[in-house]
Design a protein around this ligand. Sequence first.
Ligand SMILES: NC(=O)c1ccc[n+]([C@@H]2O[C@H](COP(=O)([O-])OP(=O)(O)OC[C@H]3O[C@@H](n4cnc5c(N)ncnc54)[C@H](OP(=O)(O)O)[C@@H]3O)[C@@H](O)[C@H]2O)c1
Length: 300
Amino acid sequence: MISIIGSGRVGTSIAFLCVSHALDDVLLVNRTEDKAIGESLDVSNAIPNTSHFSIHGTSDYSKITGSAIVVITASMGVYLKDRTENMKPQIDMIKEIAQKVRQYCPDAIVLVVSNPLDILTYFFQKEINFSRFKVFGIASSLDTNRFRYLVSEKFSVPQSSIGDALVLGEHGDSMVPIFSRTKVDGKPLLSLIDEKEKSAITTSVRNYWKNLRHYKSRSQFGIAKNTFDVINSIVNDQEVSVPVSVVLEGEYGEVDVAMGVPVLINHSGISKILTVNLDNSEIVLLKKSSQRIRDQINSV
Ligand SMILES: NC(=O)c1ccc[n+]([C@@H]2O[C@H](COP(=O)([O-])OP(=O)(O)OC[C@H]3O[C@@H](n4cnc5c(N)ncnc54)[C@H](OP(=O)(O)O)[C@@H]3O)[C@@H](O)[C@H]2O)c1
């Protein structure tokens, strides 16, 4: 069973993808029970007639018992200028959820989606004390898709023409698009743009959510698909290479912080943290990004 904590926009969109692809049974757990029940009644109509699985809604955490995967999309409020705005109540919330998950499904793999992403991933893993390879945050793959989209738009080419795009570090203002690896139709991106254009793309990737919010209240489908892809790889044991936020123990020269790094994911969670070559400027930016997350963790 896949338990999704929080049945707002993001949780319900993930549920819709899991249910319509007949991945597994889905349980929506929401603070306000009626919302979980209502959303599950709606999403249940997307169950294919060949599916063995169903969806239900509840506010009762004991029903997550035995879940193989728990996805956390719960949120106590909306941030307006920075993802860290509601940090303290979000940390308190995620610690409570960690206690429930430890109590009812100690063997689950946990995907954190709620913001501030890296900080919540860190505190959740510390609170629940599961292997760090079974608790990780989904966001850098979304940031990577945003980077790829912006580059494809700039060069008016399809996204399939963009190779090896990657965004690492914080899911926040210090995220680091990795230009040195990215290719457009096989040509190094850095050979096609100047410093000013590079800087403009970086700003656009970091501010993508602000631009999106100018036109619509909040993002939901992109993060839902990115989360679904990871759930799918776990459920079907199809290894994927994707950047996720994970507590680091020496990788990329970092300890005791969670941030987006490339990993391999399979049936048992993260099977390997990958090392990718970065240029000197990217190494400096990634260090700044990890420090920004660490400062926020230490401020709690
Ligand atoms: N990782 C990413 O890249 C990414 C992208 C987009 C969004 N996000 C984050 O994802 C989160 C969800 O966004 P959203 O737009 O879906 O928010 P939303 O529509 O406000 O939904 C949040 C839901 O969480 C529920 N909730 C609050 N505390 C709970 C608890 N302790 N247990 C169970 N449910 C609880 C709320 O219940 P009520 O009905 O009682 O209010 C609400 O239904 C936010 O933190 C957002 O910033 C992350």
